[in-house]
Design a protein around this ligand. Sequence first.
Ligand SMILES: NC(=O)c1ccc[n+]([C@@H]2O[C@H](COP(=O)([O-])OP(=O)(O)OC[C@H]3O[C@@H](n4cnc5c(N)ncnc54)[C@H](O)[C@@H]3O)[C@@H](O)[C@H]2O)c1
Length: 317
Amino acid sequence: MSGIAIVTGGASGIGRAIAAALVAEGHNVTVADLNGPGAEQVAEELTKRGPGAAVAARLDVTDAVAVADLYRSVKAGMGRLDLVFNNAGIAVGGAAEELTLEHWNRAIDVNLKGVVHGVHAAYPIMLEQGFGHIVNTASLAGLVPMPMGIPYTATKHAVVGLSLGLRAEAAGRGVRVSVICPGFVDTPLLTNINPDLPKTRMSGDAREDIRRAQPRLYPADKLARDVMRGVRKNRALIVAPASAEPPGGPCACFPMAASGPRNSSWTASAPSNSATEPDGAPVRGPSGELPLIARPPCAGGSGRRRRAARSGCAGWT
Ligand SMILES: NC(=O)c1ccc[n+]([C@@H]2O[C@H](COP(=O)([O-])OP(=O)(O)OC[C@H]3O[C@@H](n4cnc5c(N)ncnc54)[C@H](O)[C@@H]3O)[C@@H](O)[C@H]2O)c1
C-alpha cells in the first residue's frame, strides 16, 4: 500500500535518494528543503518517474513552528502520515580550537534541533493515528567519535540517543523509530564543510581527505536501498555500508539495538588522533589522512557484548 511520507533535506544527496526510492515504491512524498527551488525540481522529476508522486515544500528545519505547520498540513491534506525522514543536516568541521560558538550553534540547530523539531511535530500525529515510522538521519559519527568535527559527532550521537530512547518509548504505542548511521556517502555535503560559517582547515571540499579514510564513497542510491530495507524490517539502527559497521556490529556499541556482526575494516587505517604537529596541525596517518575516524571506545567490547554481537541482537524492541 502506498503511504504518505515527508523527507527533510530532500533536495540533495541522501534525502533526494530516499525520496526517489519512496516514489519508486509508490509512496506520496513531500520533499522538504531549505533549498525551495531544488526541492521543486526534485519533486517534479520524481513525479514524472512515478509510480508514486512528490510535492515540494520550502522548509527550514531550525524553525520549529514551520516544521510543525508542514507536518500537520501534510496529515490534514492526506489524511495520514506514515513515514517521516528527519534527514536535513550540514557538515561542520575543524580542529576544536578553530571552532567558534557559531560552528557549535549551527551544528546543534540544524543537526540536532532540526531532528528534535521533526520528532516533536511527527510523534503526536503518529500517536494519535496509532501508527507511523520516524526515521532520523544520524551518521557513523553518531556511533563513534569523529575528530576534526566534534560539533558534528556530538549532534549525531545525540540523534542516535534520541532515536533509540524514543524507539523504546514508542514501541508499545504503534509508532516505529529508526536511526540511519551511514559512513561517508558521495553527496554534495562532502564538498561543503562549514556552509556560511567561519573558515577552518576543514572548510570547503573535504572529499580527498575523506577518500584517504574511506577510498570508496558509498553511493546515495545504494544507501537509500539499504534504508528502505531497514525501514521495512523495522531496524533500530541502519548502518551502511555493511563494511562500515563497528567491529562486532552495532551491537558492540548498543547491545540491544542492532543486527548481527559483520567483518569490518573500518578502523584498520584509523590513526591515533590525540597528537598534533609542532605547528598545531593534527597528525596525519601514513597516507596523509586526517584523523577523521577514531577507534570506538567500545571496539572489541566486553565478553558479554561480543557474545551478544555474535548471536545477533533481537532488536531494541
Ligand atoms: N554524505 C555523508 O557522507 C553523510 C554521512 C553520514 C550522515 N550524513 C547525514 O545525511 C544527511 C543528509 O546529508 P547529505 O549527505 O545528503 O547532504 P547534502 O548536502 O547533499 O543534502 C543536505 C540537504 O539538507 C538541506 N538543508 C540544510 N540545512 C537545512 C535546513 N536548515 N532546513 C532544511 N533543509 C536543510 C540542504 O539544502 C540539502 O539539500 C545529513 O543529516 C548528514 O549529516 C551524511
